[in-house]
Design a protein around this ligand. Structure first.
Ligand SMILES: [Zn+2]
Length: 218
């Protein structure tokens, strides 16, 4: 089997992580891919983890995130390159690309590997509704709504994501270049670029896309 990348892109709060986890489960449970052949991660989580662990990195970037600005491409390019070059057959990750420079970097990192791009499209109203109730675990990757107070995985107290308070600014910046980004992605990845609309249950889109696109490569 050749190496495969499945990237879930879209606006902040558009449901990327949910879709990513569903695809992972579909590949493991339905397509019986051994778990040691798949890696799954969120670029945002990689960045937040690095901020917690690396003082210099935090110094450069923590304020940028607090201000609702975007981390420069140079601050995530090598992290993502490293993840994509490791031994796993299948990589499923999510992230959001903020400008043309980021898209070009992303295309450069994936051009030699079979890559599928699924873009989550959600309305601003829906994003705001979700973010309003979103809580995350500070130590594992759990993300849920505020009917939870403790993490079901590790028992830590769930918190608001610090960058959620800037969601409007982040959405506005994302929207400014979203169409240009989509056009670039479509022209690069062709039929392997697909939209996941929020009006259709994610479960339906995920199983369709897996059977139509990915199933024949695994
Ligand atoms: Zn946890």
């Amino acid at each position: 089997m050749e190496k495969i990348i499945i990237a879930i892109l879209g606006a902040p709060g558009s449901g990327k992580s949910t879709v990513r986890k569903m695809i992972y489960r579909e590949l493991v449970n339905f397509y019986k891919i051994p778990q040691n052949e798949i890696q799954t991660f969120s670029v945002g989580e990689l960045i937040r983890k690095r901020i917690n662990e690396d003082g210099e990195y935090a110094l450069r970037n923590a304020q940028i995130i607090r201000d609702g600005l975007f981390i420069p491409t140079s601050e995530w390019e090598s992290m993502l390159a490293e993840m994509l070059s490791n031994k796993f057959q299948i990589t499923v990750f999510d992230g959001y690309l903020v400008n043309v420079e980021a898209i070009k970097c992303f295309i450069k990192l994936t051009h030699a590997i079979k890559t599928f791009i699924f873009c989550c499209e959600t309305s601003v109203v829906e994003i705001l509704r979700r973010i309003k109730h979103r809580v995350v675990c500070p130590s594992c990757s759990f993300c849920g709504n505020d009917c939870f107070s403790l993490c079901p995985n590790c028992g830590k107290t769930l918190v608001r994501r610090p960058d959620d308070k800037n969601i409007l600014e982040r959405l506005e910046k994302y929207t400014q270049t979203a169409q240009v980004q989509k056009n670039l992605l479509m022209s690069e990845y062709g039929d392997n670029f697909r939209i996941i609309p929020y009006e259709v249950p994610y479960r339906v889109s995920v199983s369709l896309l897996c059977s139509q696109l990915i199933g024949r490569y695994i």
